[in-house]
Design a protein around this ligand. Structure first.
Ligand SMILES: Nc1ncnc2c1ncn2[C@@H]1O[C@H](COP(=O)(O)OP(=O)(O)O)[C@@H](O)[C@H]1O
Ligand code: SF4
Ligand SMILES: [Mg+2]
Length: 334
């Protein structure tokens, strides 16, 4: 897809999500600054991978984009329509958009109601949107969805605990597909599954995307999971999007110091090259998002940090075609 022919399905500008911290009311109110001023677009039909260490805000960003979490500020445009804009006080009713935007959760067992049968779980999604007026249509649709995700129609009468993790995730996928969505946030959909079945689920998600023209935001903590299935990859650190580029470009020519460290930990297919490459080790732990470092949030661990980095937060800018980075060092070099 060339830049000109690609249509944006989602546009996110300066999106912020802070969670209030419960504590002493007399003291200054504190917030978990989970997502800080993230701007990105997602093109129709693409898979945008989103990576970063645990706790960096991937889940919060995914859920805030589809407004499962109400944003703190920023702007979200879905298929040309602003669905949230804090400056213009726009906050549309989400029910019609819930059909278009769905999510597959990381923990399949925790996201399925143990008291409901698989048929009821999928049927509930249909009922909310009044999609199957007659009982027969409803039953047929549930059966069709089960088949689409590789389960048997008899599975409709069973409860989630009767299934393996992989089958439970297939139920979660069927529930997301029930409303015929356009966009799905896949939030680490395979990380809780046995390694042996991870690729089956990924392949199925890829087939469903091709057949239904779906657009994915595919979250993973490890680049190796998303590098082959993503058209582009975004990298997050402590709530901020620090780099975004075509998948191949990001993996082969990373420009942000944090992305370079993240990639240095990923094994290469060629063991000789892999051994020759130096793994970059970061000093210190990830700081708390309740009291994040000033300026560039990575400055406490970045080997290149300067005074400017400690004072001024770098903005995401384009340094090559479609290759964005947020780092003062890049400005000086480029
Ligand atoms: N509902 C919530 N309330 C308060 N803090 C939260 C909530 N959800 C996530 N957080 C915090 O926000 C930060 C980002 O979390 P999360 O988005 O789950 O990261 P990731 O998915 O990258 O592991 C973490 O510090 C986490 O503890
Ligand atoms: S802005 Fe400064 S601290 Fe942040 S990544 Fe770039 S060089 Fe490192
Ligand atoms: Mg997460």
């Amino acid at each position: 897809m060339s830049e000109q022919t690609r249509k944006k399905l989602l546009e996110v500008e300066n999106l912020r999500k802070y969670f209030p911290v419960k504590g002493n009311k007399l003291l200054e109110k504190k917030y978990v600054q989970a997502v800080e001023s993230v701007s990105l677009s997602i093109y129709k039909g693409e898979t945008l991978g989103l990576v970063g260490e645990s706790g960096c805000g991937k889940t919060t960003l995914g859920r805030t984009i589809i407004r499962l979490y109400e944003p703190t500020s920023g702007r979200i445009v879905y298929d040309g329509t602003p669905i949230y804009d804090s400056e213009k006080n726009i906050s549309v009713k989400m029910l019609p958009y819930r059909r278009k935007m769905q999510i597959i959760f990381q923990d399949p067992s925790g996201s399925l109601d143990p008291r409901m049968t698989v048929g009821e779980i999928i049927g509930e999604a249909l009922d909310i949107h009044g999609l199957t007026p007659s009982k027969k249509e409803r039953t047929d649709r549930i059966r069709q969805l089960l088949e689409e995700v590789g389960l048997n129609t008899e599975h409709a009468n069973r409860f989630p605990h009767e299934f393996s993790g992989g089958q439970q995730q297939r139920v979660g996928i069927a529930r997301a597909l029930a409303v015929d969505p356009e966009f799905i946030v896949c939030d680490e959909p395979i990380s809780a599954l046995d390694v042996s079945i991870q690729s089956q689920v990924v392949n199925m998600l890829e087939d469903l995307q091709a057949n239904k023209g779906l657009t994915y935001l595919f979250i993973a903590h490890d680049v190796s999971v998303v590098r082959h299935i993503s058209n582009r990859i975004g990298v997050m650190y402590l709530g901020c999007l620090v780099e975004l580029a075509e998948s191949h470009e990001l993996c082969n020519h990373p420009i942000h110091p944090y992305t370079k460290t993240l990639l240095s930990a990923v094994p290469l297919p060629d063991p000789i090259k892999s051994r020759a490459r130096q793994r970059i080790l970061l000093e210190g732990d990830i700081p708390s998002p309740i009291n994040p470092p000033s300026g560039c949030r990575f400055h406490t661990r970045c080997p290149y940090a300067t005074d400017r980095c400690r004072q001024e937060m770098p903005v995401l800018k384009e340094y090559g075609p479609g290759h964005f980075g947020a780092c003062h060092l890049l400005e000086q070099n480029g």
